[in-house]
Design a protein. Structure first.
Length: 150
């Protein structure tokens, strides 16, 4: 299966969008002074990979003559997630080491055991797990059924 170029753009949108949302939270003080607010608003960033994967799936289906298999949906979601995860790892490494190194200290002060490696692993795993689950569910709904799938 050849990937539609939109898949690459979608992955970039997901990664950059989540990074920008994180910077917005940081600018609002939700990562240091108001950690309880940041703990709740962080889930807003899920909008970016959700929109990106759905966008990539629609573009893939359209580019394949309105045909989409579950396998294609999963491959597309994994590709978007891989690009997003790569951007996320780079961004969060810079965020934790240069932009806001006090964030991890603030999390530790709240009793959480965190370090950079664990946080970066969570970014990658979260990206892939969410991407696979969303792609599977969306793929089940968007897939082509019956004779049209051939």
């Amino acid at each position: 299966m050849r990937f539609n170029p939109i898949t690459t753009y979608a992955g970039m949108f997901a990664g950059i969008g989540a990074a920008l949302w994180t910077m917005f939270e940081y600018a609002m003080g939700w990562h240091n002074e108001h950690l309880e607010t940041g703990a709740m608003t962080g889930f807003v960033a899920i909008i970016f990979p959700t929109a990106a994967i759905l966008w990539a799936l629609r573009a893939t289906k359209r580019s394949n003559g309105d045909r989409l298999t579950l396998k294609q949906a999963l491959m597309c979601g994994v590709a978007v997630s891989a690009i997003s995860a790569a951007i996320g790892v780079i961004f969060f490494y810079v965020y934790y080491t240069s932009i806001n190194p006090a964030f991890l200290d603030a999390m530790r002060a709240r009793g959480q055991e965190v370090d950079i490696t664990t946080q970066l692993t969570a970014v990658v795993m979260g990206s892939f797990i969410f991407g696979i689950l969303l792609s599977a569910v969306a793929g089940l709904f968007m897939r082509t059924r019956g004779d049209a799938a051939k």
